[in-house]
Design a protein around this ligand. Structure first.
Ligand code: UFG
Length: 331
């Protein structure tokens, strides 16, 4: 049985769905529902009635320890985290407690129960300002915000736990994740929403919410920031392959997950407008603090070693995200 933390959230829920659809259905989900949604869990359980759900908080060691006593867990996929860069700057204590202390409680519970395999959601934010592009896994890690710091700290803790306790981890460093389930059962659902694609799509349903482009005088092809947008379903595939790799080779490793293709904010806006098929109002505002002008993944390692190949185009991803946004707006 695998334990998935944070599967009520965006990326974790798509992984739980993917895992279930591959017929790999022995899952227990642990989530405190602080940013995730019980509706998402209920939908997952409808698709896969064998999913067990425990509402609990990683900050409470007893709550997570008891899961290992109750179920026979073989490995852990750890998504649970707070992930808003801006919020982490304003309230770092929340981030260190939730992400770092929470992960230590999880890792200690694993070691105590002799569960020694984990796939961990890390992030491109651990690299900080790119020194070169595209970014490979050997790029120096100098995060520029508390969120990135928390993820890097957890990576380092995992290294020490490998040496001391033989705990093996695969860290997946995500770039910009977009998209939704093709059948619109689940999708991206943050409150408040800060990400580019859902913010463009939401402005269609909420006329008072004009879409804002954060700066158009960057030193890039059209003046807006460039990112590497990867589909959430492709990302789910990568987690499944990472777990297979971990089970087969029992080896700690790290992989960037991106498409190696950079797209600007304006390009994403234009694709979205084409999909929405109506004019979307926007205005250019001040740059957002801490936004690097370009973040592009070199993810050839994941292709070579995990045999992972992103399949969806940005157009597909935004199309699915728009279908999901319509569902969200009906509720
Ligand atoms: N943007 C806008 N308007 C918006 C929202 C975003 O112009 O309403 C721009 C941003 O300035 C940025 C780009 O769109 O240039 C992408 O922004 P997102 O907020 O969608 O994503 P980020 O690149 O800021 O963040 C993502 C993840 C973080 C992670 C970070 C670094 O969401 O968790 O990549 O890897 F830390």
């Amino acid at each position: 049985m695998i334990l998935i933390t944070g599967a009520a959230g965006y990326i974790g829920s798509h992984y739980a769905l993917n895992f279930s659809e591959f017929g790999l259905d022995d899952i227990v989900i642990f989530d405190n529902l602080s940013t995730g949604h019980i509706d998402t869990i209920e939908k997952l359980q409808k698709i896969n009635p064998k999913i067990q759900f425990i509402k609990g908080d990683l900050k409470n060691k007893d709550e997570i320890s008891s899961v290992f006593k109750k179920f026979k867990i073989d490995s852990v996929i750890h998504f649970a985290a707070l992930s808003q860069v801006g919020e982490s700057v304003i309230n770092p204590s929340l981030y260190y407690l939730n992400n770092v202390v929470g992960s230590i409680n999880l890792l200690n519970s694993m070691v105590e129960n002799n569960v020694l395999k984990i796939v961990f959601s890390s992030t491109a934010a651990t690299y900080g300002e790119p020194k070169y592009t595209p970014i490979d896994e050997n790029h120096p890690q100098n995060p520029i915000n508390p969120y990135g710091n928390t993820k890097l700290m957890i990576e380092k803790i995992m290294d020490d736990y490998d040496k001391a306790y033989n705990l093996k981890s695969i860290r997946l460093r995500y770039f910009n994740v977009i998209g939704a389930d093709e059948k619109t059962r689940i999708g991206e659902w943050h409150d408040p929403e800060t990400h580019l694609v859902p913010n463009i799509l939401k402005s269609v349903f909420n006329n008072s919410k004009e879409f804002k482009i954060f700066g158009d005088d960057y030193d890039t092809k059209d003046g807006t920031c460039i990112r590497d947008y990867v589909d959430v379903l492709d990302l789910a595939d990568a987690h499944r392959l990472a777990l297979e790799y971990l089970n087969k080779y029992n080896k700690t490793d790290v992989f960037n997950l991106g498409t190696q293709e950079g797209q600007s904010v304006k390009e994403i806006f234009n694709i979205s407008q084409e999909i929405i098929n109506q004019k979307v109002n926007f205005k250019v505002v001040e740059k957002r603090l801490g936004d690097p002008k370009i973040l592009l993944a070199n993810s050839s390692k994941a292709k070579e070693i995990l045999n992972w190949q992103p399949k969806r185009t940005t157009f597909d991803s935004i199309k699915n995200a728009f279908k999901w946004e319509k569902v969200l707006n009906k509720n």
